[in-house]
Design a protein around this ligand. Structure first.
Ligand code: ATP
Ligand code: MG
Length: 276
């Protein structure tokens, strides 16, 4: 077991062919035309854990998830991605859903012209087990009762928070082994953010491994086991979340804790520059 995995707070037996890492991203480089957005990123996710990727605007967080999910044509340019013992780099998104990966993009993408129930059914399009789909539909309503109350409502008429819940629930309808979430808290009222994070924890307890990209470092570090800090396409820091929370740079730039001896104006300026 690697140092990284050994340091994770949960003791989970993974038993995957890739030597314990459920998802192992090694040295990936991703280009948008000729611009290199990811400059050699390595990320490991142990089965059953929550791993978070933090970083400022434009650092490349979304690009990491899109590259894993096969959404960027002919990318990654270089590097390897192993999921559950299989090589998945450059595989198509629909094949990855069948393998057990689900991706909830940033911006609560739902089908606005479909009802809540229809949106949820769309999430299960790769499955054929009708009974299981119905069970999972009921389970989603259990997690998010408001979706049950609004099952006949068009998704486009839901509030922002409800749309985020629907996007997550739809992501779960494929019964994923790995759920990748891109900024689930973005633009939501704190009370809703708390609710969504409680559900993410619950989903994880039920056995779904989670890779979470978040702008809310405080929350992400509280629920995740391990974290990576991304800056302009490179990992600059990685550790257990407990250790990251104690790290002076993380405290200063990501958790908004100002050191007593710092030149306040300068630090604030830097924080603003590096964090939404
Ligand atoms: N479709 C695209 N074409 C060209 N460049 C892109 C494209 N999408 C992203 N980029 C660039 O790649 C870099 C990484 O972007 P990415 O969206 O992955 O960052 P991010 O960390 O998710 O940022 P944010 O916090 O704003 O969501 C940025 O410099 C961005 O401008
Ligand atoms: Mg992003």
């Amino acid at each position: 077991m690697s140092k990284v995995q050994g340091a994770q707070k949960k003791n989970i037996s993974s038993g995957t062919a890739s030597g314990g890492d459920f998802l192992k991203v090694t040295n990936i480089e991703t280009l948008y035309d000729k611009i290199t957005a990811l400059k050699g990123i390595s990320v490991s996710v142990e089965k059953g854990s929550i791993v978070t990727i933090l970083g400022a605007n434009g650092a490349g967080k979304t690009t990491v998830l899109k590259t894993i999910m096969g959404l960027l044509e002919d990318q990654p340019e270089k590097g390897k991605i192993i999921f559950d013992g299989k090589s998945i780099e450059r595989k198509k998104a629909e094949n990855l859903v069948s393998l057990g990966i689900s991706y909830v993009p940033e911006g609560r993408e739902v089908f606005p012209e479909l009802t809540v129930k229809e949106n949820l059914k769309m999430g299960s399009y790769t499955r054929k087990d009708k009974k299981g789909i119905t069970e999972d539909y009921e389970r989603m309503i259990g997690y998010f009762p408001v979706l049950g109350e609004r099952k006949r409502q068009l998704a486009g008429t839901l509030s922002g928070g409800e749309q985020q819940m629907l996007a997550i629930a739809r992501g779960l309808m494929s019964r994923p082994k790995l759920l990748m979430l891109d900024e689930p808290s973005l633009g939501l009222a704190p009370i809703l953010v708390g609710e969504i994070f409680d559900i993410i924890k619950e989903i994880n307890k039920e056995g779904v491994t989670i890779l979470l990209v978040e702008q809310n470092a405080n929350l992400a570090l509280q629920i995740a086991d391990y974290g990576y800090v991304l800056e302009t396409g490179r990992i600059v820091l990685s550790n257990t979340c407990k250790k990251l929370m104690e790290n002076e740079d993380v405290k200063e730039f990501y958790l908004g804790v100002v050191k007593e001896d710092s030149v306040k104006g300068f630090k604030r300026y830097k924080r603003k520059k590096r964090w939404r």
